[in-house]
Design a protein around this ligand. Structure first.
Ligand code: ZN
Length: 351
């Protein structure tokens, strides 16, 4: 359902009228020296009614690709005439971002603290405010992430692929890989799914680095989702014609011993079970041991640190599952021929 389609739309006490673009600094309390901390949010409300979509980034403070994605999204001409309301939050974890760290000052991971509580820890309060002021006022969500420190991710959507509406959003985005990943306790994805709000998560690149092609896929992906849910009225599709790889699960290949690790494969490569992915040796090049794929699939994440302890996660492989592979081109044709109103495709959401 649209939360408040034709009446007032208020975030943190600020009313946004139809046709307005408003930047709001949501109050997040203060730090030790009494300096106020604000979470900057931009709200674009179209003249016409439609769904409300939030696009959030940097829940983990060192994952910055989403900031650049949102910057470029806001420069898109397609946003000049939208139906409904777009809420963008370039930096959710403002504390961690300014310290270039994943966590908050209380050493908690924000994505394990949703839905949060008003009087909980600092992290829990931030999660609560985000849920109350942003997520629960939205009909759909896209959360932007980056690989963890020293890990690089191939562009991928993580979503509940067993929910038709969420899978449709994931397909519409147009990233080369979709992973059906489990909900983690305390994640934003779990909290919004309990509130019946379809949300997808886009992952690309490495912490504290920009990934140019992944940023482009991200910008186009958000516009594609906005088109899918009727916020942008345009027949033009910008989605990739390349194949989309949909996997039910993924798992990590771990280091068989400690040593110096050389990567022998690239992100996005399809590998067979038993294929060599890397090699580990001692600092003299002796005692070489090969790191091999434990299953067939696509490499969607690689550890960029050339040092490994036995058991360290080195290669993230999405399971190969032939019947779930779909062609991007076939999907585009299907979308163009689907002239049903958005309402009939998202019955839970009355437009
Ligand atoms: Zn993250």
């Amino acid at each position: 359902m649209i939360k408040k389609p034709s009446s007032e739309f208020v975030i943190d006490g600020v009313e946004i009228h139809r046709g307005q673009t408003v930047r709001i600094n949501i109050d997040m309390g203060s730090i030790y020296d009494f300096t106020d901390v604000k979470m900057p949010v931009e709200v674009i409300r179209g003249q016409e009614d439609g769904p409300t979509l939030f696009v959030s980034s940097t829940i983990h403070g060192d994952e910055i690709n989403g900031i650049e994605i949102i910057k470029r999204l806001l420069a898109s001409r397609a946003l000049k005439k939208i139906c409904g309301t777009l809420i963008v939050i370039p930096i959710v974890n403002i504390f961690g971002f300014n310290d270039r760290t994943r966590y908050l000052p209380d050493r908690r991971d924000l994505n394990r603290c949703f839905p949060g509580s008003k009087n909980g820890s600092l992290t829990s309060q931030l999660a609560y405010k985000f849920m109350q002021e942003i997520a629960l006022k939205s009909d759909f969500g896209i959360d932007l992430h980056t690989g963890a420190f020293h890990r690089c991710n191939h562009p991928q959507i993580r979503a509940n692929i067993y929910d038709k509406f969420t899978l449709d959003l994931a397909k519409a985005f147009g990233a080369p890989v979709i992973i059906g990943s489990n909900l983690r306790d305390g994640s934003l994805r779990e909290a919004v799914s309990q509130a019946n709000i379809p949300m997808i998560l886009y992952e690309v690149g490495e912490a504290l680095r920009f990934d140019e092609s992944g940023i482009e896929i991200g910008v186009n992906g958000i516009l594609n989702v906005m088109r899918e849910i009727g916020m942008i009225k345009s027949a033009k599709l910008t989605k990739s014609k390349k194949e989309v790889f949909v996997a039910r699960s993924s798992s990590w290949v771990r280091a068989p011993r400690s040593g110096i690790h050389i990567v022998r494969q690239k992100l996005g490569k399809l590998v067979k079970k038993g294929e060599t992915l890397g090699e580990i040796s001692n600092p003299f090049g002796d005692h070489k041991i090969l790191v091999k794929a434990h299953q067939s699939g696509k490499i969607i994440g690689i550890s960029m640190l050339p040092l490994a302890n036995k058991g360290d996660a080195l290669f993230h492989i999405a399971s190969l599952n032939a019947e779930l592979e779909i062609s991007g081109e076939a999907q585009a044709i299907e979308d163009l021929s689907n002239n049903d109103p958005v309402n009939s495709r998202y019955p839970k959401h009355e437009f």
